[in-house]
Design a protein around this ligand. Structure first.
Ligand code: DGT
Ligand code: CA
Ligand code: CA
Ligand code: ZN
Length: 588
């Protein structure tokens, strides 16, 4: 097991023990132990373990050391298995309800004897939760809302996790000898932030082996449909996948149809009708059908299309990338040849919102820099949390300035080809002030300002709080505009239009947080905002080195928001960025 996987297990033990209401000192020891090993470089961790010296790390006692060794050696932990068996699964499920931590759940179990989400819902409806110490009416309402949202959330999946499931299936389909072409379609291909189900379109010379392979996939828990040319399966984790197999000459039409969106398809079909043509998943044929050749199945023989571009061309349109197919004006733009040249992953030259082990990240500064260099990035901005974010181990002024010095030294050493910038993810305090003084902020290359507290403020208070921060001369960009966590937590109340106005007026960049759980600011707001001059920074908000790759999810949303390379700050080369940051700091 890797260092971070082991840290996850220790943290999980801490949560489960707290859930059981066990000794707070023991609970804290596991949380602290997890943090302590996260703070080590991978190679140091590995040598400490192999030399049996992990106890020498501050915060790792005898009991933890033994567990770490067992995990490292066997990849399992008997203690954890037994701990899990001793807890009702319903209690663990409750952890996913916003506002419910292990402590509160333990109290609910003790006072009301609830052990399942259904029992908890009933207790809330009967008003029993509001009466408990530390709960109250508001918390009770929030729990109920959380339980209701959970049902809607459970029907969809994050794009990122869906893509991870889809990729090996697609590769597998393509490796079947009878398969000529295979693509994923649907919302996954359109780069939607969440995905209902997977859609695969396959052109094959023989259908049976493809259906056989697909329904027999490892991870299939149920075959929900099996037909001559299609199949649907449910996969572990609840994701459903649809497969459609078509003759090669229909492939482009089927791919276009099942990519959607529905609105886009309706408009495309309408456009075809205006040209006396009929567009469907089968093909493009004369609408009337009078006097046209028929195929073996009696359908009108239509045009051939080797690819989707030919379908668009047949309707007088330039090629519309899948991300734009939402029925939001892409067809009109394609008709005029006015589609934007969308930003691409390869345009990204660096990123600004990233954490290290100094706050709540799990990779050190050097590990982050090495990962950025491996991606070929010209620069990497470090923006650890600020002091008010205590839950995230936010930096004090002293620690921040020490980090600035360290970053300066790393840059001077030329150890990495990637240039590091020192920043902060500075809390916007509930009254709109920043968490650091001007004198400290002035020492940084840039400042990301974010809301991490007082989420329940009303819209007016939250909006003026954020606007006030944007008016601060040291603020370079706004972090995650709404604080939403996709399929987990609703956005806080904020007037996005007013915030966008303020950002434009003050020359502040707004982040497109590319963490797959956030994708915030939402793509639906970007097109208009960018047209009005708002600059976007696609920020992975990485808490470990591999998560720099989250920019890929951010690119999906940026493209859905019609953004071009010029709209994206971190598509600028290093020289441009240095000049831009310097100009930004000189501004009155
Ligand atoms: P999802 O799965 O909810 O995230 O969203 P999609 O877009 O993947 O929807 P899905 O899987 O139900 O269907 C895939 C595509 O097939 C959809 O985007 C458009 C097309 N499609 C499905 N049903 C209809 C329909 O009733 N009318 C039209 N015009 N297109 C449809
Ligand atoms: Ca779908
Ligand atoms: Ca589907
Ligand atoms: Zn943040």
């Amino acid at each position: 097991m890797t260092k971070n996987e082991i840290a996850d297990v220790l943290a999980e033990i801490g949560v489960l023990m707290e859930l059981k209401g066990e000794n707070p000192f023991k609970v804290r020891a596991y949380a602290a132990g997890a943090r302590a090993i996260e703070g080590l470089e991978n190679k140091d961790f590995e040598s400490l373990v192999s030399e049996g010296k992990i106890r020498s790390v501050k915060g790792i006692g005898e009991a933890l050391a033994a567990k770490i060794m067992e995990l490292q050696a066997t990849g399992r932990l008997e203690f954890l298995d037994r701990l899990k068996e001793s807890i009702e699964p319903g209690l663990v499920e409750m952890l996913k309800i916003p506002g419910l931590g292990p402590k509160k759940i333990a109290a609910l179990r003790k006072e009301l004897a609830v052990t399942s989400v259904a029992e908890l819902e009933k207790a809330c409806q009967e008003g029993g939760v509001a009466g408990l110490a530390g709960f109250g009416e508001k918390t009770q309402e929030k729990i109920l809302a959380g339980i209701r949202n959970r049902e809607a959330y459970s029907r969809r999946h994050l794009w990122w996790s869906a893509a991870q499931v889809a990729e090996p299936i697609l590769a597998g389909l393509r490796s079947i000898p009878q398969v000529r072409r295979a693509e994923s379609a649907g919302s996954l291909r359109r780069g939607m932030e969440t995905v209902g189900d997977l859609d695969f379109i396959v052109a094959a010379s023989d259908v049976a082996p493809v259906v056989e392979w697909f329904t027999g996939l490892a991870g299939v828990t149920e075959v929900t449909a099996r037909g001559e040319t299609k199949a649907s399966v449910r996969l572990e984790g609840g994701l459903q996948a649809d497969l459609r197999i078509v003759p090669a000459e229909q492939f482009a039409f089927a791919l276009h149809h099942f990519t959607g969106s529905k609105d886009h398809n309706v408009q495309m079909r309408q456009r075809a009708l205006e040209r006396s043509l009929s567009l469907s998943e089968w093909g493009l044929v004369p609408a009337s059908g009078e006097g046209t050749a028929k195929d073996k199945a009696g359908r009108n023989q239509g045009m051939a299309a080797a690819d989707e571009a030919s379908i668009f061309a047949a309707l007088g349109l330039s090629y519309i990338p899948p991300e734009l197919r939402e029925g939001l004006g892409e067809i009109e733009a394609a008709e005029k040849g006015a589609l934007p040249k969308l930003v691409e992953l390869a345009d990204i030259r660096g990123a600004f919102h990233n954490h290290t082990t100094e706050s709540d990240g799990r990779s050190t500064l050097a590990e982050m820099a090495a990962a950025a260099q491996a991606l070929g990035w010209e620069y990497l901005g470090i923006a650890d949390h600020s002091k008010s974010s205590r839950q995230a181990n936010g930096l004090t002024e002293e620690r921040l300035l020490r980090q600035v010095a360290e970053i300066g030294a790393v840059n001077a050493s030329r150890r990495f080809r990637t240039r590091l910038f020192s920043g902060t993810e500075c809390d916007i305090l509930p009254d709109g002030r920043l968490d650091f003084d001007d004198a400290v902020l002035a020492r940084l290359d840039y400042v990301v300002a974010s809301v991490h507290s007082a989420f329940s403020q009303d819209e007016a208070a939250m909006t003026s709080r954020i606007v006030k921060a944007l008016e601060h001369p040291h603020v370079t960009m706004l972090g995650h505009l709404t604080g939403r966590l996709l399929l987990e937590r609703e956005a806080y109340h904020v007037d996005a239009a007013r915030v966008i106005d303020a950002a434009i007026a003050n020359g502040v960049v707004v982040e497109l947080n590319a963490n797959p759980h956030r994708l915030d600011m939402d793509w639906r707001l970007w097109r208009k905002a960018a047209e009005r001059g708002l600059l976007c920074s696609i920020n992975p908000d990485a808490h470990d080195a591999p998560s720099l790759g989250f920019v890929r999810a951010g690119i999906n949303s940026a493209r859905k928001g019609w953004l071009k390379r010029e709209d994206v700050l971190n598509a600028m080369p290093l020289g441009g960025i240095e000049a831009w940051l310097a100009a930004r700091r000189r501004r009155p």
